[in-house]
Design a protein around this ligand. Structure first.
Ligand code: 9MG
Length: 282
């Protein structure tokens, strides 16, 4: 059973799977792009996600969908930092920041963010050093093969699971060598990041393999193209598939489920919890 230490003496229990609500503040995000790109709207949406049962709000200013253009440091700071500040002024909720840029990490933490979610697993120059300066900030290390712009161009693996595990182990070691304690780390196999349809479903089928590291595991499948490809569904028609994926990952040991559709996912997790642990009232 895991408990994450957070800034200002707070903690986050992972005794049962929890939901991380996605708040994209990019003009181009793949499934909700353009709707929440102003500060007020973004904060309102964060409050809705919290009300629906999200225990973490993941704020991102860089779209990582396949083929997405790079975002400048200045643009990312301008998109993300005012939202972190405004949300922190209204709520003591757990704020995660989805970034790979060390300067965004540092400014977001100073503005009140609690967790760093890095799809590049702290590989950008200076990222390890920033995290080492903030000993009470957990970090999610995600596996990605390649870079967002090109990662879906014929990705290949000799052994999918072994390669993802080896990458994550190497990144854990890099963190520990840089002074980032192991107990601050969350792992994520990175559905959709440099993986074919077959890779993604092989990963989903074997998700329990990530329990082996004895660290919290995050699963992000919400509305992803693996469901679109499998079922021929547009991004706004992937709710049922995303819920099925969330349920499977939770059953197979995921601690944090990163989703757009918080209310529905919380319902699914509550049903799973009741089935596994019983209910308190008749
Ligand atoms: C930012 N982002 C988009 N997809 C993601 C995923 O699957 N995991 C994590 N940790 N972050 C993601």
């Amino acid at each position: 059973m895991f408990t994450l230490q957070l800034p200002r003496g707070r903690t986050l229990s992972l005794a049962r799977p929890i939901v991380m609500g996605i708040l994209n503040v990019t003009p181009d995000s793949f499934s909700d792009g353009g709707k929440f790109n102003q500060i007020d709207n973004a904060v309102k949406q964060a409050l809705v996600l919290l009300d629906e049962g999200a225990q973490i709000i993941d704020i991102g200013g860089e779209s990582t969908r396949p083929g997405a253009p790079d975002v400048s440091l200045q643009d990312e700071l301008q998109r993300v930092i005012p939202v972190v500040k405004a949300l922190r002024a209204l709520s003591d909720c757990v704020i995660s920041i989805d970034t790979s840029k060390p300067e965004v990490m540092a400014q977001a933490i100073e503005a009140g963010a609690d967790i760093i979610n890095d799809v590049r697993a702290l590989q950008e120059v200076g990222a390890l050093a920033v995290l080492a300066r903030y000993p009470d900030v957990p970090v999610c290390l995600m596996h990605m093969k390649g870079a967002p712009r090109t990662m879906q161009v014929a990705p290949q693996y000799d052994n999918l699971l072994a390669e993802i595990q080896a990458f994550l182990e190497a990144r854990i070691e890099a963190c520990v060598s840089a002074g980032i304690q192991r107990q601050r780390i969350i792992l994520d196999p990175g559905f959709g990041f440099g993986k074919t349809l077959k890779h993604n479903f092989d990963l989903l089928g074997q998700f329990e393999a990530f329990e082996q590291q004895k660290l919290p595991v995050l699963a992000g499948l919400s509305r992803k193209s693996m469901f679109g490809q499998l079922l021929s569904r547009d991004a706004n028609e992937r709710l049922a598939a995303s819920l099925a994926g969330a349920m499977l990952c939770a059953q197979k040991g995921a601690h944090i489920i990163r989703v757009h559709d918080v209310k529905e996912t919380v319902d699914v997790l509550n049903v799973l919890h009741a089935a596994c642990n019983g209910v308190e009232h008749e």
